[in-house]
Design a protein around this ligand. Sequence first.
Ligand code: UD1
Length: 345
Amino acid sequence: MADKMKQKILVTGGIGYIGSHTVVDLIENGFEVISVDNGINSDFSVLEGIYSITGKKVLNYPLDLCDPDTCKTIFSEHKDIAGIIHFAALKAVGESVQKPALYFKNNLLSLIHVLEYAVMHKVGAFIFSSSCTVYGEPDHMPVNEDTPLREAESPYGRTKQMGEQIVKDILAHTNVKSTLLRYFNPAGAHPSAYIGESPLNTAQNLVPVITETAIGKRDKMRVFGNDYPTRDGSCIRDYIHVCDLAHAHTLALEYILSGRQHTSCEVFNLGIGQGLTVLEVIQAFEKVTGRHLNYEIGPRRPGDVMAIYSDYKKAAEVLNWKPKYGVDDIMHTAWEWEKRRSAGV
Ligand code: UD1
């Protein structure tokens, strides 16, 4: 395999939540990374967090990928990009229902621009950030990569389904190999607590809502429904630590760049194969931190599926990927990160 030190990877959305953890993992595995992120939903101070962990100053282009000139600028300055990991996208399910045109324009136009340049510059590998939302409400659990896709519940979900198709179609008859990574529920933070999830807008996802409530940024939180036909009535999800998720990107990239991927496109589920209810997640938080969480039971949230968790056998067998962290680690690292960011350190 070519010397990895010479392999330059473009990460779009490199200062976002999953993007920043992936940048760290790539650097730790010997890649050189450049990023493009306009800071629409993340803070540029993340670059300092990455530096504190890795000792590397990552070059970030604070540009919008919907502008066709953005890729032109980056590729004219970097002729040697070996792979692209494309995270840059809007991801708030509720907002996508209010502003569907914004979601289709932002998430799809930027993707098409990046793909065109990947083809033009003969980039070896393209990794696309997809989601288990493409499965909709599945009939059988766990969900593997052959589980049929269902109508997505939101415009956000549709941008992921369409995005997958766009990647396959644009790269089909080219030498650019691709991977579609379907994330289950990413949560937790880097164990150093230098980087984590810090949405600029109000947090919507369960784990940051829990930590924000515990630290007092919110008076209380709501469990969205306790009348589902599950073991305690609340929804079931598969929570995966963001560092495990990040490492899967490095492995998927190495799989292509080392010539082991013979197909044009591969799909992998990334979860830990364990379904937890919302109430079990809350109990895990209380156990790990010793804090009491102020929560109440509220109505169901429109668009939520009752239960989904993964079969990740394919990622384990093909990529040799194994999740290292469980829900207790997720809670511990998310809490350490919340304390640090709330203290403004
Ligand atoms: C959703 C998307 C997923 C997307 C992710 C990114 C779907 C089906 N899933 O995940 O594709 O990548 O958002 O934002 O569209 N909950 C509460 N109270 C809260 C917040 C959440 O009870 O205050 C519950 C939810 O009802 C759900 C679970 O916690 O059962 C997880 O919710 P969340 O973290 O928002 O993720 P998803 O909706 O599963």
